[in-house]
Design a binder for this molecule. Structure first.
Ligand SMILES: [Zn+2]
Length: 290
């Protein structure tokens, strides 16, 4: 992240990576494997070994299908209603919104229902099709590929929920989000905050240390890379995830002992997960002349 060489192992890997684990890149992953986490000696940034990242990350996401996500759709809608409330504090229709990493399109549904024109970008063919079938405009591909082919500065609001920790080059990713926003427009995204009390308390058992998370930021790092990308800090707050009790139990139990807990459908029961270890950040694109 800072370009310095030299990083030390911070947390060891835990459990074996199973070659038959096809859930590793799904939103609803149940993988038990935790990658080794390294810490930069210069800026203290945490990341996993770049040599362990798949040769084609776009390919991993392009081919994923996540049926479990659809079974959890009720809780996903609750999560994205909360996210939409944050955006609606700063924007009104007809502000044009771009969502980078729109997955099955639940946030697109929510914002369209609130009267916003909204477009998605999604690498998963499955996710893009799910949203397209409900009438949304979604460009299938990675942010790098799709945004490079688009005119810059065309969106009033650019949002990206829980994506930046998945990309190999987060500084480049933030530059792409910033470039897509109009001067004076908003860039809103969420990610993990390793500086929060919860990851400090549980250490290497933090449930978000999973193979698809390549980077683990703290608030200062997010503000720094955003500032470098012409984004002025506006606000940050905890990003609330709603989930089913079984999924919460599954992730929490795994912190203590690797017990298999099966997901069972329990969409009538919804619990909010808000330790504060996932945060939403709101930035404003600096006007071109300043
Ligand atoms: Zn560094």
């Amino acid at each position: 992240m800072c370009g310095a060489g030299g990083a030390r192992s911070h947390y060891p890997a835990q459990d074996d990576r199973r070659s038959d684990d096809t859930s590793a890149y799904r939103c609803t992953t149940t993988t038990r494997f935790r990658p080794e986490v390294f810490r930069c000696g210069q800026c203290e940034h945490w990341f996993t070994d770049p040599n362990s990242w798949p040769a084609s990350l776009g390919g991993e996401y392009e081919s994923l299908v996540d049926a479990e996500y659809l079974r959890m759709i009720g809780v996903k809608r609750r999560t994205f209603k909360k996210a939409a409330d944050v955006v609606c504090r700063y924007a009104r229709p007809p502000a044009a919104i771009l969502e980078v990493g729109s997955y099955a399109g639940i946030f697109l549904d929510e914002m369209a229902a609130r009267g916003f024109p909204i477009t998605g970008i999604e690498p998963s063919t499955w996710g893009a099709q799910m949203a397209q079938e409900r009438g949304h405009t979604v460009h299938q591909g990675t942010a790098e590929d799709v945004l490079a082919a688009q005119d810059s500065e065309q969106w009033d609001v650019v949002v990206s929920w829980d994506v930046i920790e998945h990309v190999p080059d987060p500084r480049q990713f933030v530059r792409l989000l910033s470039r897509a926003a109009k001067p004076g427009g908003l860039v809103v995204f969420s990610t993990l905050d390793r500086g929060n009390w919860f990851p400090r308390l549980v250490g290497r058992r933090w449930p978000w240390i999973i193979p698809m998370h390549l980077h683990y930021f703290d608030q200062e790092a997010i503000r720094r890379i955003s500032s470098e990308a012409a984004l002025e800090f506006v606000d940050t707050k905890p990003h609330v995830h709603y989930t089913t009790p079984s999924y919460a139990l599954n992730r929490l139990v795994r912190m203590a002992r690797p017990l298999p807990v099966r997901h069972t459908e329990s969409s009538h029961l919804i619990v909010p997960i808000a330790f504060g270890d996932v945060r939403t950040f709101v930035f404003r694109r600096v006007p071109a002349d300043t």
